[in-house]
Design a protein around this ligand. Structure first.
Ligand code: AMP
Ligand code: MG
Length: 324
């Protein structure tokens, strides 16, 4: 996803930075823009220090390397674990933060990625399952040797936190892009909506889009098979793991975007809906009254009813099909 806005204003402040393994940027408008953005960046770095799976001293790493079956988390981590367990229940287990052993096995970030053996996958699958996490206040009991991976929800959580921080600084107009998890705050300074591009999942050019939505005060989160992947023998192995099979999900979707004022929820549900596929995913989103843009393997673009008037399709020449 990318932002199609260019506005110049004297109270504008932008910072591009890199954390949580991804490039991020925040642009805010208003007199406290710089202070608000600076505070937001230290907040995101603090979250990375808690939730990272790769930093040895993060709470998640310490819990993953725990000695025994219980771990006492800080309130922040504990609260996001609790929320994540709710999302697991709501999505019938499609979203699951207990896939750490599997996501280590399918290391799509590696320079030399390998396809794990069937045996490795079935062994790793035994060490997963959100039902094996029992939470009691900040105490979490692990019923097996599972490892946590909160990469499917933490950027959304960070977006919601940044929204709060910027609001506390009195900022009424800002755009937060945390590695493709976007929050648009208020409207553009010229009082028009923000235009947020939906990435073309089959074009490596970072600026290629299939269309855009004009929105205000909401979060836009996409999960796709093009974000982290490797191709071997013509097969694309991406980073979103189907908890049922232990392998990259093979639904009919190549991209799932959720639009909601709760970025935490949008993040969890975009991952889940990507796995559920079009039919199950659309049913789930409609039942929960959540807006979406889905793209199928056959390049069909599906936009929720409520969002159609704010969506501009630009994918025809690229072979995408959009039937209003
Ligand atoms: P996202 O880009 O938000 O869809 O999240 C993908 C990331 O979440 C992966 O890189 C993994 O760290 C983690 N993940 C993979 N599969 C799942 C899943 N089924 N449920 C929750 N998190 C997952
Ligand atoms: Mg997600």
């Amino acid at each position: 996803m990318l932002l199609l806005n260019s506005c110049q204003s004297k109270n504008e402040y932008t910072n591009n930075f890199f954390t949580m393994d991804t490039p991020m940027s925040i642009t805010a408008y208003g007199k406290n823009a710089k202070e608000g953005v600076t505070k937001s960046i230290s907040y995101i770095n603090r979250l990375d220090g808690l939730f990272s799976k790769t930093l040895n001293q993060s709470e998640i790493s310490l819990a993953n390397n725990r000695d025994g079956s219980a771990y006492v988390f800080s309130e922040t981590v504990s609260a996001l674990i609790a929320k994540s367990l709710e999302y697991s229940k709501a999505t019938d287990g499609a979203f699951d933060i207990t896939l750490g052993t599997l996501t280590n096995l399918w290391d799509t970030k590696s320079e030399t990625p390998k396809i794990p053996s069937e045996k490795d996958i079935s062994d790793a699958l035994k060490l997963t399952g959100y039902k094996n996490l029992i939470q009691d206040k900040t105490h979490v009991l692990f019923k097996n040797a599972l490892k946590l991976d909160m990469g499917g929800v933490v950027k959304g959580y960070a977006c919601d936190g940044v929204y709060e921080i910027l609001s506390d600084y009195g900022i009424k107009s800002a755009i937060v892009n945390l590695g493709g998890n976007i929050y648009v705050i208020g409207e553009k300074p010229d009082k028009t909506p923000w235009n947020v591009g939906i990435k073309d999942p089959r074009n490596d050019d970072q600026n290629a889009i299939i269309g855009y939505i004009s929105v205000k005060d909401t979060s836009i989160v996409t999960s796709g098979d093009y974000q982290r992947y490797f191709i071997k023998d013509g097969i694309r192995y991406h980073h979103i793991i189907d908890p049922k099979t232990g392998s990259p999900s093979e639904s009919d979707l190549i991209s799932a975007t959720i639009i909601s004022p709760s970025s935490t929820m949008a993040d969890a549900f975009s991952t889940a809906v990507f796995i559920m596929g079009r039919e199950k995913g659309e049913k789930f989103l409609k039942e929960n009254n959540i807006d979406y843009i889905l793209i199928t393997k056959s390049k069909e673009v599906i936009v929720s009813e409520n969002l159609k008037s704010s969506f501009t399709f630009e994918g025809k020449e690229k072979g995408y099909i959009y039937d209003k």
